[in-house]
Ligand binder design. Structure first.
Ligand SMILES: C[S@@+](CC[C@H](N)C(=O)[O-])C[C@H]1O[C@@H](n2cnc3c(N)ncnc32)[C@H](O)[C@@H]1O
Length: 495
């Protein structure tokens, strides 16, 4: 407990700067506007104490004083943003991404860009630099031919203290979790107690710049270039759904045709539907189609894409398309691409089943077409229609609610779907994703473990997943990767 004198002259026992609910809302609005970052009201106490540490010079404990200060002074505003952005990162984070960079993405781009010999890479939201430096090390290790190319690795972040740290390139042991000793020996020199200095040539290979992704949808000053590889991983989870989706679209625009984009597992937003999603080596990544690519089949973006890791096959085609094709003879009606998990095995509802299926299809179609209001109305009607409402209604409600940025309602609907069908594996997985996005890592792990358990239990006869083209094996692989990464994150938090 820290004691400081408050503005009314009394010493208060507190461990934070105090905001009233209204002041906290105002603070959240400033941070959302200036950095895009969404401050959740339930984190108010944690944020108050974080700010207390970052603004030690502030005289009073009054949140109003801090708001005035950040309104007046750019450096106070930057300090506020620096205090509220989360910079957790480590070298070679999400190994499967580095494996696909090595095995597929870089070899492909080296082939494709041979004529002009340029390669542009952008790490957006690079935190303290581990991510872009990992790419520089990967290139150094396996693609030395790129030394004679016009190669640039640009790394940006809104947090200027992270960028300073990145430029110093001095790291503690937690930046190396998941990295073998060989990398340490080859690229780092021990310095002081458990600190490691990165080799100069790798440091020089990366250019760091401050850049606020929240500015993207409104046009920006310096990033006029297009990139061959764009990484924006574990960044957009901190933004509101709408802004994250807008930024995803703006980022996807910045990818050269034939170029690639890698996002964090929980950062996959529907706007990325304009890119080809590729599944390889237990992970997903995106490629911007080129004109000479075979014409895509006439496909509307699907709400299904909101759930990362679902709905794409290794050739980049949407699995629902394949399923449409494969099931064309088997099913009379396949009007929409929204999920139909377990479609065949559950009688729709106790009464009026056909009417329910019809309404559900209409709701899917409305959602597919972006008419979320109609979709919501139809789903409400279904949910209140009496009889036993089936899990698909709640699953679709969850997807639509997430599209509308209504996270509590997404969670409530998913819980209801799981309540109605305990082994609804995709709903468990989806809950894991939402929990991860919302920063509830332990809950995310619980749902991912449930997903794995269900997949194991149903091994071999998971017909409903086959029907959508998503194999249990693939989902298990994705979930395993998530669990490994979340475990690493939790270990750091528990330090
Ligand atoms: C959890 S770190 C991710 C670091 C790295 N990409 C990785 O996956 O290891 C999230 C980063 O996003 C940055 N960030 C948050 N809001 C941002 C914004 N509006 N513009 C740019 N970067 C932002 C934070 O400062 C932080 O460094």
């Amino acid at each position: 407990m820290v004691g400081r004198e408050s503005n009314n002259g009394q010493t208060e026992g507190t461990n934070g700067i105090n905001f009233s609910a209204v002041e906290f809302e105002e603070l959240a609005a400033i941070v959302a506007e200036r950095a895009g970052v969404f401050l959740s009201a339930h984190k108010q106490r944690e944020i108050e104490s974080r700010l207390y540490c970052r603004f030690p010079y502030i005289e009073s404990l009054d949140g109003r004083a801090l708001i005035q200060m950040v309104k007046k002074s750019d450096s106070a505003l930057q300090n506020l943003i620096n205090s509220l952005t989360i910079g957790e990162s480590y070298f070679f984070r999400n190994r499967p991404h580095f494996a696909v960079l090595k095995e597929h993405i870089l070899p492909d781009l080296i082939r494709e860009n041979q004529r002009h010999r340029t390669l542009r890479i952008w790490c957006a939201g690079c935190a303290t630099g581990e991510e872009p430096y990992s790419i520089a090390m990967l290139i150094e290790e396996h693609f030395s031919e790129l030394h004679s190319w016009d190669l640039s690795i640009i790394a940006t972040d809104v947090n200027t203290s992270f960028l300073e740290h990145a430029k110093r390139a001095l790291y503690g042991p937690w930046s190396f979790r998941g990295v073998g000793q060989a990398v340490l020996d080859e690229y780092f020199t021990a310095k002081g107690e458990k600190q490691y200095q990165l080799r100069d040539d790798i440091v020089e290979a990366v250019e760091f710049r401050p850049y606020n992704l929240a500015d993207m949808p409104y046009g920006d000053e310096f990033l006029q270039a297009r990139f061959d590889i764009l990484l924006c991983r574990n960044v957009l989870i901190y933004f509101s759904f709408d802004l994250a989706n807008e930024i995803s679209a703006a980022l996807a625009d910045r990818v050269n045709p034939g170029g690639y984009m890698l996002v964090g597992h929980a950062d996959s937003f529907p706007a990325l539907g304009q890119l080809q999603a590729i599944y390889q080596g237990g992970t997903y990544y995106f490629r911007k189609p080129v004109r000479s690519d075979p014409a895509p089949r006439n496909r509307r973006p699907s709400r299904l894409e909101i759930i990362p890791g679902i709905g794409v096959d290794p050739t980049g085609r949407h699995l629902a398309e394949l399923a449409d094709h494969a099931l064309a003879g088997a099913k009379k009606r396949m009007p929409s691409r929204l999920p139909r998990f377990g479609f065949d095995e559950i009688p729709p509802v106790d009464s009026g089943g056909d009417r329910v299926s019809e309404l559900l299809d209409q709701a899917r179609d409305s959602a597919d077409q972006g008419d979320l209001e109609t979709a919501t109305e139809l789903l409400e009607e279904l949910a209140q229609g009496g009889g036993r409402v089936d899990h698909r209604v709640y699953f679709l409600k969850a997807i639509v609610a997430e599209q509308r940025g209504q996270i509590p309602s997404t969670v409530a609907s998913l819980k209801q779907a799981i309540f109605l069908k305990r082994d609804f594996v995709i709903a468990h997985y989806y809950m894991g994703v939402i929990c991860e996005r919302e920063g509830h890592k332990k809950d995310a792990m619980r749902y991912f473990r449930n997903t794995n358990r269900l997949l194991r239990e149903h091994q071999g006869d998971w017909a409903m997943d086959e029907a959508e083209g998503l194999s249990a094996e693939k989902l298990a692989e994705i979930v395993e990767n998530r669990l490994k990464e979340l475990q690493l994150d939790l270990e750091v938090e528990q330090r």
